[in-house]
Design a protein around this ligand. Sequence first.
Ligand code: FAD
Ligand code: NAP
Length: 552
Amino acid sequence: MATHAGQAADAPAADTTAFDAVVVGAGFGGMYMLHRLRGMGLRVTVIEAADDVGGTWNWNRYPGARCDVESLEYSFSFSEELQQEWTWTERFASQPEILAYARHVADRFDLRRGIRFGTRVRSAHYDEAQAQWSITTDRGDALRARFCIMATGCLSLPRMPDFPGRDRFGGRLLHTATWPHEPVDFTGLRVGVIGTGSSGIQVIPMIARQAAHLHVFQRTPNFSLPSGNRPLAGDEVAQFKARYPEVREKARHAPAGIAGMPAPDRGALDDPEERRREVYEAAWRNGSTGLTRAYNNLLMDEAANATAAEFVREKIRSIVTDPAVAERLTPRDHFIGTKRICLDSGYFQTFNRPNVTLVSLRETPIESITEAGIRTSREEIPLDVIVFATGFDAITGALLDIDIRGRRGLPLAEKWRGGPRTYLGLMTAGFPNLFSITGPGSPSVLTNMITSIEQHVDWIARCIHDLAARGARSIEADPAAEDGWVAHVNAVADQTLFPRANSWYVGANLPGKPRVFMPYVGGLGVYRRRCDEVAERGYEGFILDAPAAAVA
Ligand code: FAD
Ligand code: NAP
C-alpha cells in the first residue's frame, strides 16, 4: 500500500494503513471532522477524490455560481479567530471566494497533510470480529479504521441524463458540477443549456452575456427570487463580526440554521391581501429567500402557499416582455418552496435578450443529441456547446456509489433498496461505527449546510470521545429506534406540502429512485435538542458494544 507523493497521511510514518478514523470527503464536512478528531489526538486520514479541499465549491466552478445563504452566515463558527480574520466581500459570496475561504481554512488549521487528494474510496466493509472498517480506494490503498465517517456530500454525484446520441456530439459537453478549472469562453458560440434548477438559473444569465446565441432547454419552470446580491461595506462587515457570538448562537437554534431567518409568527391568511402584498413586495425587494419564509404556513397550507406563488408568477409576467415566453417560464406544477427555491441575478430578464431562446421541453421534448446539436420533436438546433445543468443523485447518491457493507456483509444498497433508513440521519442499523455527516433523515439541505455540518461533526466527535471514556469499541443504531425515527421523519414531512413536489428531495429527478422524502423537515433547532438529549441519556436508541451478529 502506497502513500501518495506529497500527501503524507496523518499517522506515524511506520504505518499508513491503520487509523482510528477514516473520513471520506474534504468539503466543509470532512475538513471540520479532521480538525476535531485531530484535536482529540486521534489518528485520522481523509480521502478526497478531487485535487483540493472545498467539495461543492471546488467542483461547481461554472460562471455565476454563488451561495444562496448570506456569506456572513455561510461560514464556520467553530473558531472565533477564523471568523474575525476572514472578510467576505459580497452579500452572497461567489464560488471563487468560497473556494478561497476553504483553502484558507485548510492552511490555517494545517489540514492538507491529513488528506489524500485525487483518491476515490471504492469500498468500506465492516469486519465484525475486529470491530473495524476496511476501506479500499481506486489507487490501491487498503486502510483499516475503527470509525468510518462519510463526509461525501448531499450534492456531489452529478447526474447527466443519457439522451440518445449524447456521445456523438461533435461540440463540447459540459456539466455545471464538473466544470473545467480554466474559464470557458463562450464568445461567438451557439450554446444550449439543459436544466433550469438553481445551477441553470445561475449560469444562464452569465452565458447569455457572451454567447452568440443561447438556447435554454427547460423541462419544468421554476420559482426564482432576486438574490439582492451586492458588495458588503466595510463597516457593515465589522458590525456583523462584532455580533458573531450572538448571531451564531441564534443560528444554531433557528429552524434553517440561519440567524437572519427566525421562524415567522403569523400565517399568510392572517393578513389582509393588501398587507400580504406589502410583506411579499418588501421580501422581493430585500432579496434572499425570505419570501418563502415570510409566513409560518407557506409550506403547510395550500391556500397560503398560493398567495406567495401567485405573487411570484405576477412578477415573472411583469419582467418578461413576450407574454408567451412569460407563460412558458411560469411554474404551475408545484407549491412554491417545495422544490429548492432558486436565487438569481437577472434570470427572467435574460429572456428579453434577442440572443436567447426558450425551448419548452414539455411542448417539444429532446429526441436525441446529434453530431451538430440537439434534436427536439420540432427541429434540430445546431450548437457548439451543450451545458448540462441537470443536477445530482442527491443525498444518497455519493453514499451508495461506494460499496458499503455492514454486519454479515449486508450491502447498504440492499438495506436502502426501498429508500434510506437511518437513526437521526447519523447512523444506520447494522453498520456499526459508520457515521454520515448531513445524512438522510437529518435537516441537511433544508438548512444552512455549514451550521448543520458543525452540529453533526460536533455530535460525532463527542460520541467518539464518550465511547473511549466508557471503554466501548462500537456504537450502532438500534433497529427499533431507527424505525421510530424513519416514521417520525415521514410524519413530520407529511404535515407539509414538501412530499407532493417532484423534487430531488424525494428522488423524483432520477428514474427508478425510491420516492422517499429524505431530509428532516422539523428544523435544526428541534433536531439539535433531540440529538443532544440522546447523547445525554447515554446514547438512547443506540447499542454500544453489541456482540457480533447481535443486531438484526
Ligand atoms: P461536499 O462539499 O459535497 O464535499 C463532499 C466531498 O466528498 C467532495 O469533495 C467529493 O469529491 C468527496 N467524495 C464523495 N465521494 C467520495 C468518494 N467515494 N471518495 C472520495 N471522495 C469522495 N448549501 C448551503 O447551505 N448554502 C448554499 O448557498 C449552497 N449553495 C450550493 C451551491 C451549489 C452549486 C451546490 C451544488 C450546493 C450548494 N449547497 C449550499 C450545498 C453544499 O453542498 C453544502 O453547503 C456544503 O458545501 C456541503 O459540504 P460537504 O462537505 O458536506 O459536501
Ligand atoms: P436540479 O435542481 O436538480 O435541477 C436540474 C434541472 O435539470 C431541472 O430543471 C430538471 O428539470 C432538469 N433536468 C434533469 N433531467 C432532465 C432531462 N432528462 N431532460 C430535461 N431536463 C432535465 O439541479 P441543480 O440546479 O444543479 O441544483 C441542485 C441543488 O444544488 C439545488 O437545489 C441547491 O440545493 C444546490 N444549488 C444551490 C445553488 C445556490 O444558489 N447556492 C446553486 C446551484 C445548486 P425537472 O425540474 O423537470 O426535473
